[in-house]
Design a protein around this ligand. Structure first.
Ligand code: FAD
Ligand code: NAD
Length: 466
């Protein structure tokens, strides 16, 4: 029987990164994945395919709407959805193959099949080629999450779909109804809106991306409305029916009235739930909480010593980079090191165009905490770079402590905000003040100048270009 120092169950960004770090630190490592490809949700049906489709649809949108002004004539344009999906599939398979390469390079043994606990040191693997059991000293559970839904909106995967089916549609919907104005709803809604679908978002809360800074939800909402998105806020969906030709979504509005919306597809994007099915956790006494998450201590160790859990299956934001940090954290802990994760500085991004990115506290949170603060904001349209590129929407907002000037939160809607936000993450990791950022030389012409200008505005209300 094979015997390992560490066995990781699940090969998403949490699991495969944990495996690499364990192997780098000299631990004999195995990884178990129930699907044929490695990479988990993120690589197969999440981050990577959605970004591939976002980029393709953005090229199309720009060709249709913006090329003319750049002096480029294109003639009639059309979308070949099958080719768009094919390119996405090829990006996914190249990326997944890359993980297989990294496993081999680091001498990590990969077992395909469902991993389940016989006891805390014996893991049964049930795969296409039968059953086997491996022995292990420690285990890291990295089994991720699955799409959530509420009673009445069960996906039939044909017209009532989750993100997974939305990444593989055979036709561009005429009218896509999206339940949930969160990250998935807006990213995949953007893909189809750009390809020509009418998109209606039905959202329980009174704004989109309600967990982010209020300035971002307002700005993005304004931009998406211009792209043709329709929003129904304060609408709780109670029922979705596939009538063969299309879907009817029933929601209750703020006044308690029932509203019916008809479309041809409905994307259910109301969050994700931790996934532990098949692990036989009961055999080792690891319990899950009422949301299905595995409780862990500060070392990400479960209630059973030697069994750790990371990523979407434990508390915190369901993000690939958070899962990766936790994978490294547990591997280093197992190797006797004393690693640290700064959970306050995990950036969040929504890959609409422009992108939305945040780090630190929102203005709502700072206000609620009773902290005396100041705000500096700068519009993207005031940048030379923005006008040169015809990408003028968005803003950067910096919130700093009124007394100490320490930066408490940075929130932006901007071209490439996903990359721009890293300046703020680094600055905040080193507890920079808004003056520190304002005094750093930023290259011209770039979008990063908006960060400097917002810092100047926050520091002493002295932005230079507005
Ligand atoms: P997962 O990636 O879910 O991987 C878990 C793996 O465990 C799966 O491969 C599963 O098959 C396997 N598994 C489960 N049970 C067993 C078992 N018993 N035996 C063997 N294997 C098992 N996050 C970002 O940060 N940026 C993004 O841009 C982004 N975009 C997203 C877009 C979409 C459409 C979706 C759905 C998600 C997106 N996310 C994004 C979220 C991100 O995908 C997750 O946070 C991340 O994948 C979590 O990683 P993980 O390792 O915890 O689990
Ligand atoms: P979400 O939590 O971002 O948004 C869900 C939305 O659905 C919320 O706004 C909620 O108010 C609404 N909702 C819930 N029940 C409803 C109902 N009955 N009627 C109407 N609206 C309802 O969840 P998501 O968009 O499904 O994304 C799931 C997770 O995947 C997120 O936590 C995110 O971390 C991760 N993800 C991240 C990225 C990224 O980092 N760019 C991209 C995609 C997904």
């Amino acid at each position: 029987m094979s015997k390992y120092d560490v066995t990781i169950i699940g090969s998403g960004p949490g699991g495969y990164v944990a495996a690499i770090r364990c192997a780098q630190l000299g631990l004999k490592t195995a990884i178990i994945e129930k699907y044929n490809t490695l990479g988990g949700t993120c690589l197969n049906v999440g981050c990577i395919p959605s970004k591939a489709m976002l980029d393709s649809s953005e090229h199309y949108f720009n060709a249709v709407h913006n090329f003319k002004e750049h002096g480029i004539s294109t003639g009639d344009l059309s979308v070949d959805l099958a080719q768009l999906v094919e390119r996405k599939n090829s990006v996914v398979s190249q990326t997944c193959d890359g993980i297989k390469f990294l496993m081999d390079k680091n001498k990590i043994e990969v077992h395909h099949g469902v991993g389940s606990f016989v006891d805390k040191n014996n893991i049964k693997i049930t795969g296409a080629d039968g059953e086997k059991t491996i022995q292990t000293d420690k285990v890291i559970i990295a089994t991720g999450s699955k799409p959530n839904f509420f009673p009445g909106m069960e996906p039939d995967k044909k017209r009532i779909i989750t993100s997974t089916e939305a990444l593989n549609l055979k036709e561009v919907p005429k009218h896509l109804i999206v339940i949930g104005g969160g990250v998935i709803g807006l990213e995949l809604g953007s893909v189809y809106a750009r390809l020509g679908s009418a998109v209606t978002v039905v959202e329980y809360a009174d704004s989109i991306i309600s967990m982010m800074d209020v300035s971002q939800s307002k700005e993005l909402q304004r931009i998406l409305k211009k792209e043709g998105f329709k929003f129904n806020f304060n609408h709780g969906v109670t029922k979705v029916v596939n009538n063969g030709k299309g879907v009817v979504v029933t929601a209750t509005n703020k006044k308690g009235e029932e509203v019916n919306i008809e479309g041809d597809y409905c994307l259910v994007a109301v969050g994700r739930k931790p996934f532990t099915t098949g692990l036989s956790l009961e055999n080792i006494g690891v319990e899950v909480d009422k949301r299905g998450m595995i409780p862990t201590n500060d070392h990400l160790e479960t209630s059973v010593p030697g069994i750790y859990a990371i990523g979407d299956v434990v508390k915190g934001m369901m993000l690939a980079h958070k899962a990766e940090e936790e994978g490294v954290f547990v591997a280093e802990t197992l190797a006797g090191q004393k690693p640290h994760i700064n959970y306050d500085l995990i950036p969040g991004v929504v890959y609409t165009w422009p992108e939305v990115a945040s780090v630190g506290k929102t203005e709502q949170e700072i206000k609620a905490a009773g902290i005396d603060y100041k705000v500096g904001q700068f519009p993207i349209r005031a940048l030379g770079r923005a006008r040169a590129s015809m990408d003028i929407q968005g803003m950067v907002k910096i919130i700093a402590d009124k007394t100490t000037d320490e930066v408490l939160g940075v929130h932006m809607v901007a071209p490439r905000a996903a990359d721009l936000i890293m300046e703020a993450v680094v600055a905040m990791e080193y507890r920079a003040s808004s003056e520190d950022i304002a005094r750093i030389c930023h290259p011209h012409p770039t979008y990063s100048e908006a960060v400097k200008e917002a810092a100047l505005a926050a520091w002493n209300d002295s932005p230079l270009h507005i």
